[in-house]
Design a protein around this ligand. Structure first.
Ligand SMILES: Nc1ncnc2c1ncn2[C@@H]1O[C@H](COP(=O)(O)OP(=O)(O)OP(=O)(O)O)[C@@H](O)[C@H]1O
Ligand SMILES: [Mg+2]
Length: 374
């Protein structure tokens, strides 16, 4: 959908964008984040040809934009610039309707959409529609800027720190609205911010930039879990996992080699395996390692020792998937009043076991990281 191919930007002798290549899929919200001056605005402005690259190509919907008329290109790309960029001599309504009118959209529909968009960004249409930008606060102007980006039926929206002047409450609700509108209308969005919390909340993918280079381009989860280097780590902060316990997955907190037994073995053998491993329960698997049951010492110690595990095991075993997050694992354990829960992959193969002590040791290793970091 949007493709940067070996883009370079030089101002005289200074290179501000190093060869930069990135693919953004249709319908994705990608956040550019990085320190001031790293090139975020420069990259954004290249997509709608407000800045020309010194080398390299950009493709939008498969078309090399160097061959596309800039005016036509911009009409199809919504843009919220760093300082709103509303036209001062036009009312809010006129600002919102300018591009749709230029594109010849139906005027009743345009008027209806203007009201809807103002509602969405939390501005009463009757009260604000006929005011001029200077009669609005900075934050209100930003909201109009956001509404304007959505006023065209363009597939692509570029947003340069659109929420920077907003209070945290308004900012939060606009972040929610943005993600909802983006998914509903299937927009492709590049969103620039300085705020990692904002990036995590809204991004499908985050591109972390420094000195005109990509340090890491991945989903928020992967960046938080596996930061590419120390700079990224510093940028996201070690506390992140504590602030976002849902990022810890069953895989991260489980014991990897749970003690298990196959179903054709006997009760005697099961008890021996428990004793030698100092556990009081065993996962039962078939020859393909598929979890099919569970035996506990309590349940089998009084049984005939020659009975086969398959006949005496508990067949209804609750398990969690390895992608389940810590919150849902804890909820499952509490709800069913169990002290451990097996972990399975998508083929129902046993991959691990979560116990209260495996959770504690995973969390305490995070805590040690945290103490070292601060
Ligand atoms: N017209 C210009 N002439 C020379 N250098 C420029 C010009 N425009 C931008 N730069 C330089 O290019 C670099 C990237 O600027 P850019 O505006 O893309 O940064 P940014 O990541 O958007 O920063 P911020 O977070 O502060 O908005 C900066 O070092 C800036 O000084
Ligand atoms: Mg900028």
């Amino acid at each position: 959908m949007i493709q940067f191919q070996d883009i370079v930007k030089k101002y005289r002798t200074k290179t501000v964008i190093e060869p930069f290549s990135l693919n953004i899929d249709a319908g994705q919200l990608v956040v550019f984040i990085g320190p001031s001056g790293c090139g975020k605005t420069t990259l954004l402005k290249m997509v709608n040809k407000l800045i020309q690259p010194s080398a390299g190509k950009i493709f939008v919907n498969g078309r090399d934009i160097s061959t596309v008329n800039p005016i036509e290109l911009r009409r199809n790309i919504g843009y919220v610039i760093q300082n709103t960029g509303l036209f001062p001599h036009m009312s809010i309504k006129e600002n919102l309707e300018l591009i749709p009118k230029l594109k010849g959209e139906n005027s009743d529909q345009i008027a209806k959409k203007t009201e809807e968009l103002l509602q969405v960004v939390g501005l009463n249409p009757k009260e604000y529609m006929h005011r001029f930008p200077k009669e609005l606060s900075g934050g209100q102007q930003q909201r109009v800027g956001v509404a304007r980006a959505f006023s065209t039926d363009s597939d692509i929206i570029l947003m340069d720190e659109p929420f920077s002047a907003l209070d945290p409450v308004t900012r939060n609700s606009l972040q929610d609205e943005l993600v909802q509108m983006q998914k509903e209308l299937n927009k492709t969005i590049i969103f620039v911010t300085h705020d990692m919390d904002e990036a995590i909340k809204i991004a499908d993918k985050i591109c972390i930039l420094k000195d005109g280079r990509i340090l890491q381009y991945d989903t928020p989860e992967n960046i938080l879990k596996n930061p590419a280097n120390e700079f990224v780590e510093g940028f996201i902060g070690k506390r992140r996992v504590w602030n976002n316990p849902e990022l810890l997955m069953a895989e991260d907190i489980m014991i990897h080699e749970p003690v298990k037994i196959t179903s054709k073995r006997t009760v005697l053998q099961a008890i021996e395996i428990m004793k030698s491993n100092k556990v009081d329960s065993l996962m039962v698997t078939d020859k393909n390692n598929i979890l099919i049951g569970l035996v506990t010492l309590k349940d089998i110690q009084l049984l005939n020792r020659t009975a086969v595990v398959e006949e005496v095991m508990e067949k209804n075993v609750l398990a969690v998937s390895k992608e389940a997050n810590l919150i849902s694992v804890l909820a499952t354990m509490n709800e069913h009043k169990i002290g451990y829960v097996p972990v399975i992959d998508t083929q129902n193969q046993l991959v691990g076991l979560i116990t209260r002590s495996s959770i504690l040791s995973a969390l305490s290793s995070q805590l040690i990281d945290l103490e070292v970091a601060f």
